[in-house]
Design a protein around this ligand. Structure first.
Ligand code: HEM
Ligand code: HEM
Length: 253
């Protein structure tokens, strides 16, 4: 009897520990989607709105961001607040999407459609971000391979991505320098699809987030969060599309 009880206890304890751990990873996944990723996304789009003022204002913004801190601190901050949370959120998200794991008893998704769309848009966001960060941050800024024929240094003497590079990346003929798979209309199409999916994924995810963290669990509270999420999606989408169309079709200075 005692042995059976001990075994049962051990099994229960073991299972409990595994559940606790999975609960913690899932919570961390939920949190990372909003803090820091969602906050970064809003700030990043706000920064990129400078493209609507002028190419010079845009280059000034990029320079300003890059000289906010001494280089080692800047990279450390970027790693801790963007790269690691994004890598964790994306990898765990792909695992959830591919294995189709249920929501651990959460019912934040009102329909199977919402549940499925959250996963599909996550995978599209990942493809978009691999091209986006791989090209602009890594290929151009860190490795110095410009997409525009014109290369300019910032007022601080840094060789960074410029308005012209982003315009060329999106296929703006006024700026296209080198022939590259990384520049053209296909990239513009990917950006329109990729940014809209990322925005939808984030804003729709706010509902799951508010449910997970007990911020809005009732029917009425969930309906309010849904309304706010749609409003945020509409505002961010208009802002993002304006930036993309300006860069693709506007003058490059
Ligand atoms: C209007 C659309 C967008 C434009 C014009 C844009 C522009 C840029 C540029 C120019 C960089 C390189 C900055 C540098 O090297 O200093 C960059 C980096 C980055 N972007 Fe975007 N972006 C857009 C949308 C997005 C979206 C929707 C996300 C999704 C979260 C995103 C995430 C990132 C990340 C993670 C980096 C690398 C980290 C960093 O440099 O701060 N971007 N973006
Ligand atoms: C890069 C590729 C990404 C993948 C593969 C991905 C995947 C996922 C998946 C599968 C979920 C649903 C989890 C569940 O219901 O159990 C999710 C939730 C979420 N994601 Fe992402 N995601 C990605 C990027 C992003 C980005 C860039 C943001 C924010 C800008 C974001 C914000 C959120 C939010 C707020 C949630 C809801 C959290 C919750 O339900 O509690 N995700 N993600």
């Amino acid at each position: 009897m005692a042995d059976a009880a001990t075994t049962a206890d051990a099994v229960r304890t073991g299972a409990g520990t595994r559940d606790d751990r999975s609960f913690l990873w899932r919570r961390l996944h939920s949190l990372s989607g909003v803090l820091p990723l969602g906050v970064f996304l809003c700030y990043h789009l706000f920064e990129n709105m400078s493209a609507l003022r002028s190419p010079a204002a845009y280059d000034e913004m990029v320079n300003h961001v890059n000289v906010l801190l001494p280089r080692p601190f800047f990279y450390a901050l970027e790693l801790v607040t963007i790269v690691l949370p994004l890598a964790y959120h994306a990898l765990y998200g792909v695992w959830v999407a591919v294995t189709g794991r249920p929501n651990n008893g959460r019912y934040a998704y009102p329909s199977n459609w919402g549940y499925l769309a959250q996963r599909i848009t996550g995978v599209i966001a990942l493809l978009f971000l691999l091209v986006h960060v791989g090209t602009l941050r890594t290929w151009v800024t860190l490795l110095g391979h410009h997409l525009s024929a014109v290369r300019t240094l910032t007022p601080d003497g840094l060789d960074l991505v410029t308005y012209r590079d982003v315009a060329a990346h999106l296929g703006n003929p006024a700026s296209l320098g080198v022939q590259s798979i990384l520049a053209g209309d296909h990239i513009f199409a990917l950006y329109v699809l990729g940014t809209l999916c990322t925005l939808w994924h984030f804003t729709y995810g706010l509902k799951g987030f508010c449910w997970t963290w007990g911020i809005a669990v009732g029917r009425l509270a969930q309906r309010r969060v849904t309304q706010v999420a749609w409003l945020l999606f509409a505002l961010l989408s208009v802002g993002t599309l304006s930036i993309l169309f300006q860069l693709r079709f506007g003058a490059v200075g």
